[in-house]
Design a protein around this ligand. Sequence first.
Ligand SMILES: [Zn+2]
Length: 538
Amino acid sequence: MNKYSKLALGLSIALLAAGCSDDSGSDNVAVLPQPEQPQEQQPLALPQSQLESSWFKVGQQAVARAQAQTINNTPGAAKNIILFIGDGMGISTVTAARILAGQQQGLDGEEYQLSFEKMPFAGLVKTYNTNQQTPDSAGTATAIMTGVKTKAGVINVDETVPRGDCAASKQRPLTTVLELAEGQGKSTGIISTARVTHATPAATYAKVPDRDWEYKVTDGDCTDIAAQLVALNAGDGIDVIMGGGRRNFLPSSETDAEGAAGKREDGRNLVDEWLDRYNDGVTNAVYIEDQTGFNALDVAGTDKLLGLFNPSHMHYEADRGNDTAGEPSLSEMTAKGLELLSKNDKGYFLMVEGGRIDHGHHAGSAYNALTDAVELAEAVQVAMDKTSAEDTLIIVTADHSHVMTIAGYPTRGNPILGKVITNDGSGQPEETPALAADGLPYTTLGYTTGRGHADYGETADADERYGHEIDTGRKDLTNVDTTAPGYHQEALIPTSAETHGGEDVGVWARGPGAHWVTGTNEQSYLFHVMARAGGLLD
Ligand SMILES: [Zn+2]
């Protein structure tokens, strides 16, 4: 209440009192003293301690930065577009990854900012598919890449196409942002820690009615996803391809460098076909499949790059050292990819997917999900460092969320993977973990669905969980180190794998057109931001 409303209240109380005490109240009202005319209003002085608070100053500086932010409203000003997708990187994953990254640097963690959280613009994205409240990655990636929301399970065909219907899919193809960029003579790239034929990377180039058609189709005369990648007819084809999924390019009769058999039943070796297609005497195409080949790559002399580093998905970042042949990290691939793509004066479109954040969650391992999310943030930092906000739009988002929650009232700086330890009100952490109503300690992070609790010690491959029985419900964690790489959080509802979550995801942006990333939008909106910022539909 300010001083004028106090005055007004005082006046009405005076009027009321006057009315009660005297019948000829109007006379009394007439003689009441008039309120002083308001003086020139003085700003309320803040206490010195408030002005000197670090929280106060940080907020002040942030507003000043926001005010100084320049906006480039010119369509086409984004010569380069880099789209980062953290597969399954919902809001709770971003928060927990931020805390983990901060704690890895010796901070409390909550105050830390991941690379993309320093970007000037952000918004929310509605992720549902046309036929599902909680989406899958094929439908969501299609929305981002084409501007058209569609069903779960289909890639770059619209919602009228029944899943798995080859003939119908051929009638309703959708063109992608990558194809548009190719059509303008830009260079293009896709980088993922998942198989390059997996739903999200596939949605940059393939059109199929079933995301599972990675190396063979089960209906009609459609072409599988790997074969579409090699045959892509847009511009001069994708320039940089790095990720996993080697088995989908090799015939079942062949064994690869890491001892795994190919999956293809048509006898084709798509790696050889790709090399034949792009080593045409004009361009120099290079295939690599391990860390040694990656390190030895001659960027200046390479026009097209195909890097397939694992038979299936690449390793989780925390488990990468255990790869047989050695493989680069997501941030290393991003750096190399940008060096190759930036050779084109017309610019480029690059999609980078942290594909295994999703897989860590599905296996019920917050450890793997979060360490892969932190690595995605590292890859974004590489892109922010290697490009200019003057001509490069960077968008960071997730395709969908997961059912991981951040629960209880852990004290500030409590290990994010640890058991909940509260504080005594003065901020002093209690000596022992808080106990739930069942008398047992509990972790801050937990899952609603999934295979449930397991403790594999130092094992940093979350997929170990699938080799053991589902075990949901409460466990006695008193003597369990829940921060160990091999710890899998408790889950409430037993499902064969932990499930996606249906709430909105975040989107962050920097560069020309980044200010259009604001508010709450349908996921398909992101295509239009990229298309307009990049002048791709002109
Ligand atoms: Zn998933």
